[in-house]
Design a protein around this ligand. Structure first.
Ligand SMILES: Cc1cc2nc3c(=O)[nH]c(=O)nc-3n(C[C@H](O)[C@H](O)[C@H](O)COP(=O)(O)O)c2cc1C
Ligand code: SF4
Ligand code: SF4
Length: 251
């Protein structure tokens, strides 16, 4: 089974391609990240987890779900990350997760896809996105074939000292900065509800056709990037910045 978590669709795009090659079933983790429940994976021999890198780590809501899920003693796990520039310490997180849950660790690898964190990073132009997506195709195909053949990924483990730093910084960042309190809809909003639909944590409610943010937000940027009217802003960080409408929007 290929399980993915996504904000703006990069990880879904990679997951779909991998599943196409391996012939595996595809599972969107968002029902589980919303409910906070684990997944029954006890009949799966192999799982492939696909997700974006957040602050050099896997998304915390996804890790919560994986830690609550059930596995068989024979389950092998591959991890595939999508990121704007660096995969960070994700491999260390997943290695620990596999050890604690009795899974066979088959490796962590990933690919650069368009940056989506418009609050704090430079967004790529459409031409740049097209080039990035073009370069990524072969990498994703190769990963799909490696999984299908049952081979391990051969990436070297990342630096353990950096992991020690990330382990301190990410929970702090997640708790204090990954909050929805600065999001708001502008007058351009048409009340379509797409932002609420795409939020993988279910933290947007439509009240009188106006989105209201509350609860746990992981800054996935789905709401602000995928709004068809580009009618969402985040404090003063996003005015005039390019939006990334996902890989399918790049022709
Ligand atoms: C909250 C957040 C943190 C991010 N942190 C990193 C990072 O540490 N390193 C990096 O290379 N890209 C980082 N990115 C970029 C995403 O990992 C990248 O754009 C990813 O492909 C988005 O995947 P998605 O479309 O499946 O959500 C971050 C994006 C977000 C929203
Ligand atoms: S997606 Fe955009 S236009 Fe639609 S309800 Fe949300 S903010 Fe308004
Ligand atoms: S509120 Fe927006 S940024 Fe936060 S988790 Fe939901 S879709 Fe992602």
């Amino acid at each position: 089974m290929v399980i993915y978590f996504t904000g703006t669709g990069n990880s879904r795009y990679a997951a779909e391609k991998i599943a196409e090659i391996t012939g595996d079933t595809l599972l969107d983790s968002s029902d589980y990240t919303k409910s906070g429940k684990g997944i029954d994976l006890s009949s799966e021999k192999t799982i492939v987890v696909v997700a974006p890198v957040y602050a050099s780590a896997p998304p915390e809501p996804l890790l919560d779900v994986l830690n609550k899920s059930t596995y068989s003693k024979e389950t092998s796990a591959y991890f595939f990350m999508t990121y704007g520039s660096e995969i960070g310490s994700c491999d260390r997180y997943y290695l620990k997760f596999c050890k604690e849950n009795g899974l066979t660790y088959m490796g962590t690898t990933g690919v650069i896809l368009p940056q989506n964190y418009l609050m704090f990073f430079r967004m790529r132009t459409e031409d740049e996105c097209r080039k990035i997506l073009g370069n990524a195709r072969d990498v994703i195909d190769k990963v799909g074939r490696t999984v299908k053949e049952g081979k391990t990924f051969d990436d070297k483990l990342s630096n353990i000292l950096i992991y020690a730093i990330v382990k301190v910084i990410y929970p702090f960042y997640d708790k204090h900065f990954m909050k929805p309190d600065q999001f708001y809809a502008t007058d351009e909003c048409i009340g379509c509800g797409k932002c609420a639909k795409v939020c993988p944590l279910g933290c947007i409610n439509m009240v009188d056709k106006v989105p209201q943010w509350s609860g746990r937000c992981t800054h996935c940027t789905a709401c602000i990037n995928l709004c068809p009217k580009e009618a969402i802003e985040y404090g003063k960080h996003t005015a005039g910045k390019l939006r990334y409408h996902g890989p399918k929007s790049i022709k």
